[in-house]
Design a binder for this molecule. Structure first.
Ligand SMILES: [Mg+2]
Length: 280
């Protein structure tokens, strides 16, 4: 594989379509290039899942890897997550990456500007109250109130999964009948309730119209059903969509687990470092 030598930040981006022609559906992705724009989900992609989002472990390896990638790619690395931006910043203190939070409802661009996408339909407080009461009635349910979206976790009570989905679906139908457009977004042991109209794919499209992402080959790595919106957007753009773990997907590549993602990302750093050393 060709490795760019010299200063990676100055690498001239190549047309995405030409690079994407080498795609092999659902195999291991090719080696990353220094001219990509990298979009990364957090939970289940960069760090292993935990019983609740607040119990995840951010180890030294990933804490060191992310800023190094940011420098190598000229700042074209963004976190695309269901967490809030505030929560993502708390996980990686001092990183300051562009972040799309709450599935794209809030977005911090590379210039640090915060983009909020409307207040959402009415009904948030009602939903919050109903879900909170549901959690109080059943051990093992945990509500994550994010300000614009709500996440109901049932990883500690897997036997309640179908009941939770049925109950939340009924709540959203009630709001829909009242004219409030809320959307259900199932994930791994979580059901999220969010305003209709924004998703991870929309956030990626926004980034790709802005520097330093525009003109680069877009690459998105994610593990969950919520990431399928991002995979679809990436595919439309001719980029590389990488699904982590098993399951049906619209992605065109796959990596086995978090460890494989980290090895793949680290390999880019090693190759480019070697390239720079050879150029001296
Ligand atoms: Mg995830």
């Amino acid at each position: 594989m060709h490795v760019e030598s010299g200063t990676p930040q100055s690498a001239t981006p190549q047309p995405a379509a030409r690079l994407a022609r080498a795609a092999v559906r659902r195999g291991t992705p090719p080696d990353l290039l220094c001219d990509c724009a990298l979009f990364l989900d957090i939970d289940g992609t960069l760090i292993d899942l935990a019983p609740t989002p607040e119990h995840v472990l951010v180890d030294d390896d990933i804490a060191r890897l992310l800023p190094a990638l940011g420098r190598l790619l000229g700042g074209a690395v963004a976190l695309i997550t269901g967490r809030t931006i505030r929560d993502a910043d708390a996980l990686f203190p001092g990183l300051g990456f562009p972040v799309a939070g709450q599935h794209g409802l809030e977005r911090r661009s590379a210039d640090g500007v915060l983009h909020a996408h409307g207040e959402g339909p009415p009904g948030y407080n009602w939903l919050h109250g109903e879900l909170k009461a549901l959690c109080e009635r059943h051990d093992g349910l945990w509500l994550e109130a994010k300000g614009a979206t709500l996440g109901l976790h049932y990883r500690l009570a897997p036997g309640l999964a179908s009941y939770v989905h049925r109950t939340v679906r009924a709540m959203v139908s009630t709001l829909g009948a009242a004219g409030a457009e809320w959307k259900l977004q199932p994930g791994k042991s979580i059901i999220e309730i969010k305003p209709a109209g924004r998703d991870k794919g929309a956030a990626i499209l926004d980034y790709m119209s802005e520097p330093p992402f525009a003109g680069r080959l877009p690459v998105f790595v994610g593990d969950d059903r919520t990431d399928e919106f991002g995979f679809t957007a990436i595919t439309v753009l001719g980029g590389w969509a990488v699904k982590v773990g098993p399951g049906k997907t619209h992605a065109n590549y796959r990596l086995r687990d978090v460890a494989a993602v980290r090895r793949w990302l680290t390999a880019l750093l090693l190759r480019c470092t070697v390239g720079i050393e050879h150029a001296r």
